[in-house]
Write a protein that binds this ligand. Structure first.
Ligand SMILES: Nc1nc2c(ncn2[C@@H]2O[C@H](COP(=O)(O)OP(=O)(O)O)[C@@H](O)[C@H]2O)c(=O)[nH]1
Ligand SMILES: [Mg+2]
Length: 330
């Protein structure tokens, strides 16, 4: 029997996938259980959610004890999306972060220069996206925390050294290391519909040093050797400013969000830092980002932008367009 999950449920499920700690996961699971359509088709999923809730409550206790001892990596999401760079050694992960953000991670032509994951903000026009640099993945090594970071991401950049004959095999190794951990790098993001333990992640394959004449052949070899047809591929030469900007654009556009400015009633508009909501996101999605209570108490909104009269009143289901200006009323 099909589960027929509602868009609200799917939103809650997405928030659960993106949760950064046990506390947040518990809140999301409780919400999912309360709004999941209750019928035969969802019996298995409901049982699964209850089991997870129980396990997560236990995790929450041990997480509190453990976080004092071991290093835990929590990267609160900022900007239009969380983008995690993964790849084999020397494939250009840190160089990409160094070129597109103000951070200065160590970039070097010997392997294992990056030991810890680290976030940095990438500007795009007046918006930003969060890039997370990570240590390399090989057939013998994958940092234990890495799978968790990737599973909570919005987008994965899988780096491929276009100048190296090892790149196809190195890249296939990375894909299979994650696959072994129920994390599928592919063309869309979210829990697998048939198996709730599997998470899919939209992946952009970034071939660095793509000015190497044999880069195309190596990419072709990769495509033949593995089932990577779902990946978008972008070729970059990081010495070339135009190529770097094309990568910046590709990352932002792949996140598929729209920018929205806000104003308080009677106050001037805030054009400093836009909020971002998923494309086809609504007034309610915006209100949720501003403040949970605001989303609950929202009566209506006034909007200036595309396809509306200036200052038109709209409800919480109104779909936002890029660069809309919105005044939320409670
Ligand atoms: N010329 C050039 N060098 C690159 C490019 N991408 C990476 N590199 C170099 O490759 C080496 C390894 O890059 P790094 O970012 O440290 O790899 P990581 O191990 O994946 O973080 C560094 O010397 C980079 O400058 C590129 O597109 N062009
Ligand atoms: Mg590095």
């Amino acid at each position: 029997m099909p589960a027929n999950l509602t868009p609200q449920y799917q939103k809650a499920e997405n928030a659960y996938r993106r949760a950064q700690d046990a506390e947040e996961r518990i809140a999301c699971l409780e919400e999912m259980l309360s709004i999941i359509p209750k019928h035969k088709g969802t019996d298995k999923l409901q049982a699964d959610l209850r089991k997870r809730l129980k396990e997560t409550r236990a995790d929450s206790v041990s997480e509190k004890q453990a976080s004092k001892k071991s290093r835990s990596y929590k990267f609160p999401r900022q900007g239009a999306g969380q983008v995690v760079l993964v790849g084999g050694p020397n494939s250009g992960k840190s160089r990409i972060v160094a070129e597109l953000t103000k951070a200065s991670p160590e970039v070097a032509d010997y392997p294992f220069t990056t030991h810890e994951p680290s976030p940095a903000m990438m500007p795009w026009e007046d918006a930003t996206a969060q890039l997370i640099d990570t240590p390399p993945v090989t057939d013998t090594h994958i940092a234990p925390y890495l799978t968790g970071i990737v599973r909570a991401a919005d987008l994965v950049l899988l780096t491929f050294d276009g100048s190296s004959d090892d790149a196809p095999d190195d890249t296939l190794t990375v894909v299979s290391q994650f696959r072994d951990r129920k994390t599928h790098l592919c063309d869309h993001t979210g829990f697998d519909e048939d198996d709730f333990s599997i998470v899919n992640l939209q992946t952009l394959l970034v071939a660095t040093r793509a000015d190497d004449p044999a880069c195309g052949d190596r990419l072709e070899y990769l495509a033949e050797a593995g089932d990577l047809t779902g990946f978008q591929v972008i070729r970059v030469a990081l010495d070339d400013p135009e190529s770097r900007e094309a990568l910046r654009d590709a990352i932002y556009h792949t996140l598929d969000v729209v920018r929205v400015y806000t104003k308080r009633p009677g106050k001037p508009a805030d054009f400093e830092a836009p909020f971002t909501v998923p494309r086809n996101g609504t007034i309610e999605d915006l209100a949720l980002q501003v403040h949970r209570d605001l989303a609950r108490d929202l009566k209506f909104a006034r909007i200036w932008g595309q396809g509306v009269h200036d200052g038109q009143s709209v409800g919480r289901d109104h779909v936002l367009s890029d660069k809309d200006l919105v005044e939320l009323h409670v």
